[in-house]
Structure formats: structure tokens, C-alpha cells
Design a protein around this ligand. Structure first.
Ligand code: MF3
Ligand code: CO
Length: 255
């Protein structure tokens, strides 16, 4: 069952998701060579709690941290560690909060110092693919239209879409129906309706699409060792089209 949210509930979700966006923007400003993902996790938890919220991932199925921080060939669910980031790395920062009974969830991939033009192209293509997916959000549209648009954009750029992880409905639970694949045929699956809230989150590999999970039970990496990027927005379906609840302000350097 897909839960539709009332205007009052969407307003509460807007507040939770705005906090996620603000924290991610601050983390992005903090990313630099020498910073550890454990430093970023500590800052994230401090900012989340200062905002009156709780980390959504910490304790979720035993996940140990506030932040998922996935470096280079790590795709998603990287556990924060004491290894300093290096110039030229990329780091995906994925974070959720619970505030006033509702969840927010968003992710960005950030370059560490200067990265190569090909890596910049990966980040831009992943972010553009997310925008293409969001542009399919409309009352009466089909859920699979989102993944179809994402896959088309990613593959037109010569990159590949991860199949094993999907986006999801979100609300008073972190993961609700429907699942939102980042690939596939259009015109399939449930129709979108006013009040649905969707976390859309393409994961894009520079090389082949296959991934595996490391022995820590969490960290997903590309099988071929190629770099991977991840962007996620939480989006409400309104009669006027998509309303991105995790929009970061124009004054921050990462859009
Ligand atoms: N943002 C991811 C998702 O939506 C990460 C959650 S997994 C967790 O599924 F265990 F880290 F919480
Ligand atoms: Co998510």
C-alpha cells in the first residue's frame, strides 16, 4: 500500500527534509583533503540533533552511524572511518533524519579538492539523471517512468545504472512502498497520486553496473573497481508537479 500524505503531513516532511538539505550542504563545505568520514559523521550527528531531529540510519538494521559516506568505488552504505580523504577522491554523503514523526532522506556526491574532467562528468551526469527522473513526477504518471528517464540519461553519457538498490516511498517510515528502480521500461507500476512522497536515488557507475557488498555487511562497491556516484532527493507529488523537499539553497556551492 502506498501512503498518501495530507498537506499538513507534507509540511512536516518539508521541515524534516529541509534539515537534511541544510546538513548535507554544511558537510559538503567541510569536505577537504585530510578530513575523515568519521569527522563528517560526527558533524552530521551534531547538526541533526541541534535541529531537534534524530538520525534515521543510526540503529536501522544495526547500521552504526548517522551518515553513509561512500568513497570512490564505494557505491552506497559506506561506514564512516578514520581514513582521511585524499585530493581527487569523490565521496557520496547519504543522510536521513526523523523529525516530528516524519523522515527526510537525501544524498550528494562531492569532489575532494580537484578531480579529473571525467570524474566531474560522472557527478554531473548522475545529478542530471536525478533531475530527469524528478521531471517525470506528475499525478497520473507511472512510477517506472522515473527509472526509465534516469537510465536513458545515464546510458546516453556512457555510464551505467546500479540495479541492486532502489529508491522508495518515504513518510512515517524511512522505507515505504513503492520501490523506485533506476532503470526499466516506462508505463509500468503504480500511478503517481497527489500526496505521495518519493525518495529518488540513482547510483551510477563509471564502468560496469555490477556491485558487491563487502564483508562488513554494509559497504557496496563496484565489482570492477570503477568510481560510483549517488544523488538523492525526497520529492512530493503535487497537482502542480514535483515538489523537491530536499532542495539545497542557491547560496551553497553544491546544487
Ligand atoms: N538512503 C539510503 C536508503 O534510502 C540509506 C539507508 S540504509 C541505512 O535506503 F541503513 F544506512 F540506513
Ligand atoms: Co533513500
Amino acid at each position: 500500500m502506498i501512503v498518501c500524505k495530507s498537506p499538513g503531513e507534507i509540511e512536516r516532511m518539508r521541515v524534516a527534509n529541509a534539515l537534511v538539505a541544510r546538513v548535507l550542504a554544511e558537510l559538503a563545505e567541510t569536505v577537504a583533503p585530510g578530513v575523515t568520514t568519521r569527522d563528517l559523521d560526527a558533524l552530521a550527528e551534531k547538526l541533526v540533533r541541534a535541529g531537534g531531529a534524530e538520525p534515521a540510519f543510526k540503529g536501522y538494521r544495526g547500521y552504526p552511524a548517522t551518515l553513509c559516506a561512500s568513497v570512490n568505488e564505494q557505491v552506497v552504505h559506506g561506514i564512516p572511518s578514520a581514513r582521511p580523504l585524499d585530493e581527487g577522491d569523490i565521496v557520496s554523503l547519504d543522510m536521513g533524519v526523523k523529525l516530528n514523526g516524519f523522515y527526510g532522506d537525501s544524498a550528494i556526491t562531492v569532489p575532494v579538492g580537484e578531480v579529473s574532467p571525467e570524474v566531474r562528468r560522472l557527478l554531473q551526469a548522475t545529478q542530471a539523471a536525478l533531475q530527469q527522473g524528478i521531471s517525470q513526477v506528475r499525478v497520473g504518471g507511472r512510477i517506472s517512468d522515473i527509472g526509465h528517464a534516469i537510465q536513458r540519461h545515464v546510458e546516453s553519457e556512457g555510464f551505467s545504472v546500479v540495479r541492486e538498490f532502489v529508491g522508495h516511498g518515504i513518510g512515517s517510515a524511512l522505507h515505504e512502498e513503492p520501490q523506485i528502480a533506476n532503470y526499466g521500461e516506462p508505463g509500468r507500476g503504480p500511478r503517481m497520486a497527489e500526496g505521495m512522497v518519493l525518495a529518488i536515488e540513482p547510483m551510477v557507475n563509471m564502468g560496469r553496473p555490477a556491485v558487491k557488498v563487502l564483508s562488513d555487511g554494509w559497504t557496496a562497491v563496484t565489482r570492477d573497481g570503477s568510481l560510483s556516484a549517488h544523488f538523492e532527493h525526497t520529492v512530493a507529488v503535487t497537482k502542480d508537479g514535483p515538489l523537491v523537499l530536499t532542495m539545497r539553497s542557491a547560496t551553497t556551492s553544491v546544487s
